[in-house]
Design a protein around this ligand. Structure first.
Ligand SMILES: [Cu+2]
Length: 711
């Protein structure tokens, strides 16, 4: 079903490059005639949506229930209904990519830049178990350009040149996609170069926020009768990129990505096999883009320079068989994902200094599932599924040398002693851990006589701890991008999170309008959250670090607590006349602890998007207002600061000036509103315009343009 939906969306995008979102919605409606079910996903097709940003994660802001935790211009972490990071399963062309950065500088969507992106889809609400191994918080799917097969045996060259520029950081992007294809073969390639300076906000600049990135892709697809096969390689080279919300900036992220897929379609079903791998190497520092650490006399402090080398390797496979059955389908699957991480912190001014931050940590999951989709009667559709995951994790023993000069007394001696004690404590712990996790879901849809389809769903979802949550042994901020300014330690003995969720919804739709509200309640046992550390070694170490001007005292330790998430999101569109459509999205989420009286950290403020889309002859335009409420439901545990509400106006227009060439222009934050972005955390780099550890500002007015030439 998914495949059909996807190819239909692609067909629309190709046939009508000027079609706006309502066309994509139309195509989904066509799909819905064949099955009783609610609209359970929301897709943004990049050709039809104008965005200035290089970061695909920013597109989530346009989608119901979704948002982005922004730690840098290329470092957007997906958030959905209050959960984020590793709780959201992100698929990039089917592959799961665990980035090299222990602070998620290369969060998964880093590997699907906007310039090569074809579409971004979020699953609304309860995610079927077939979508991924761990989907406790949601599912996001990025699909990149792959080209199309031709209609006969003659080879044809086609492609797309894409250029963009924006004013807020003098950023530009240049990319080209080409494909040489006939009815059996597609050979494709893609190149991209993008760079920008520092961002402007109404009261100054965000430093450092510059970036530079290159990307190269090469792929091949083959189709013959019932067989379809594809293989793709990509190389990502991210160079200098500022991440002012984190303690360091990106020096490089060099990644090799591989993926391959085979499908066999018969009268009885569809068999799919997928393989993927990635090898990611990353360097970051606290001195090459931001002002280096300073001594009391305001000169560089060579002893506090830090450089971090981090690598990750991922291997994944998935085997699925979709069997056509009476009134629906059976879907059987077996999948595996194997990742390994290593991270070492050094000081370029003192080579013997090192902290083996994560030492060959492994996180391996093997999963199996069965799913059933069935039409119970002409008006009632049912989907249900069961998945079992076996998770095994381990770490090699760790060590550190914090006394590089071999001093006999003083601070380095004491810190080195504490680090030694912490590593011994860690190395003697139960580092090898296994979890067996069971997920299940059921969704029931009922179509009434009128325009309404009612929906109710329930699910149990699990997630084993991340490698940081289990194996961070010395108080550091390597937390998968939490960016709360706190140092953390992990706990190898953490239990997996278990969520129970119910969701109620309604699709109300006819020629004049479509309204899609969803109400949800999710109760999480053993939710993993930092709580005040009771480990005296860790606490003393953090205190000493703080005395030296590095990090904060009072570290947190990842612990199992109880939490809940609930709220409402609504997606809607109203046809005003042939040319004008009104779009509105409402997002409300609450997230708090059940074991103590506190809110959860970094949860999206309530927000409301209202847009008018105009389709004229030869051009389209939109005016958009985005309103965020105050967020004063903040986490005391994470020392979170509240933010005030704000409203922004965005404009965009596009036109096909000559056949195949489309020019778009837009303005974001047209009124140059000054505001704080609750999800962009705090400033951690020296900046004359933003106080240290104060909230990050939202971006100032941004004019941007995009030119696409499809040939
Ligand atoms: Cu990093």
């Amino acid at each position: 079903m998914n495949v059909a939906k996807k190819s239909l969306a692609i067909a629309f995008a190709m046939a009508a490059p000027l079609a706006n979102q309502s066309f994509a919605q139309e195509s989904q409606r066509i799909e819905e005639i064949t099955v009783v079910g609610v609209r359970d996903s929301h897709t943004v097709i990049v050709d039809d949506t104008l965005v200035a940003t290089p970061d695909t994660a920013q597109l989530l802001r346009k989608m119901p229930g979704a948002n982005v935790n922004k730690n840098g211009e290329l470092t957007g972490i997906a958030q959905y209904r209050g959960m984020f990071g590793d709780r959201i399963r992100v698929s990039v062309d089917g592959a799961q990519i665990n980035g090299a950065g222990p602070n998620a500088m290369d969060a998964p969507l880093h590997y699907a830049p906007v310039a090569i992106l074809q579409s971004l889809t979020i699953n609304r609400g309860i995610v079927p178990v077939s979508k991924g191994q761990e989907t406790i918080g949601g599912y996001v799917e990025a699909v990149t350009y792959a080209g199309d097969f031709g209609s006969n045996s003659e080879f044809k060259l086609s492609g797309r040149a894409y250029a963009g520029a924006q004013s807020v950081n003098s950023g530009d992007v240049l990319s080209g996609f080409f494909s040489l294809a006939n009815d059996t073969h597609i050979l494709r390639g893609f190149v991209m170069q993008e760079s920008a300076g520092d961002l402007e906000f109404p009261d100054g600049k965000i430093t450092p926020s510059e970036y530079e990135r290159e990307r190269f892709d090469l792929g091949y697809s083959y189709a013959q009768g019932p067989h379809e096969f594809s293989i793709d390689f990509a190389r990502n080279n991210t160079k200098d990129a500022g991440t002012a919300s984190l303690p360091m900036d990106i020096l490089s992220i060099d990644s090799d990505l591989f993926r391959s897929r085979y499908t066999f379609t018969s009268n009885s079903g569809v068999f799919t096999a997928e393989l993927s791998a990635s090898d990611n190497e990353h360097w970051m520092t606290n001195y090459h883009l931001r002002r280096p650490p300073q001594t009391a006399s305001s000169t560089d402090d060579p002893m506090r320079f830090r450089r971090n080398w981090a690598v990750s390797e991922n291997y994944g496979f998935a085997l699925n068989y979709e069997l056509f059955a009476d009134n629906g389908t059976w879907l059987y699957g077996l999948d595996g994902h194997f990742s390994e991480h290593r991270s070492i912190i050094t000081n370029p001014n003192s080579m013997p200094f090192y902290i083996s931050n994560f030492n060959d940590v492994n996180r391996d999951i093997i999963g199996a599932f069965v799913e059933r989709e069935i039409l119970l009667n002409p008006r009632t559709g049912l989907e249900a599924g069961l998945r079992v995951n076996h998770v095994s994790m381990d770490s090699v023993p760790v060590s550190a040398n914090l006394n590089p000069m071999n001093m006999m007394m003083g601070m380095p001696v004491m810190m080195n002693r504490l680090a030694g004690a912490l590593s011994t404590q860690f190395n003697n712990d139960n580092l090898a851990q296994t979890d067996t996790n069971v997920d299940a879901f059921v969704r029931l849809s009922y179509e009434t006589n009128g325009d309404a389809t009612w929906y109710v769903g329930a699910a149990r979802k699990t997630r084993s701890p991340s490698y940081q949550e289990r194996y961070l042994w010395i108080p550091l901020e390597a937390t998968g991008g939490l960016a709360d300014g706190k140092t953390y330690t992990g706990n190898p003995n953490l239990k997996p999170e278990v969520a129970h969720e119910i969701e109620l919804g309604l699709d109300l739709e006819n020629v004049a309008y479509g309204i899609y509200p969803r109400l949800f309640y999710k109760r999480v046992s053993d939710f993993i959250q930092g709580t005040p550390s009771t480990n005296m070694l860790a606490n003393n170490f953090a205190q000493m670090m703080a005395n030296m001007g590095m990090g904060m005292p009072n570290p947190l330790q990842f612990s199992n607590v109880d939490a809940r998430f609930y709220g409402l999101d609504i997606e809607s569109n109203f046809t005003i006349n042939e040319a004008v459509t009104l779009r509105a999205i409402v997002n409300i989420v609450r997230a708090d602890r059940r074991d103590i009286n506190d809110n959860l950290y970094r949860v999206s403020p309530d927000n409301f998007l209202l847009a008018l889309d105009y389709r004229g002859s030869g051009w389209t335009g939109s005016i958009e207002s985005v309103t965020y409420a105050d967020q004063d439901r903040i986490s005391v545990t994470n020392s979170e600061l509240s933010t005030d509400g704000y409203s922004l106006i965005n404009l965009m227009a596009r036109s096909e000036i000559i056949e195949g060439v489309e020019v778009s222009i837009g303005a974001e934050n047209l009124l140059d509103e000054s505001y704080l972005d609750h999800l962009a955390a705090y400033n951690r780099a020296f900046n004359p315009d933003i106080a240290a550890r104060s909230r990050m500002p939202g971006l100032g007015r941004n004019f941007y343009t995009r030119v696409m030439w499809n040939f």
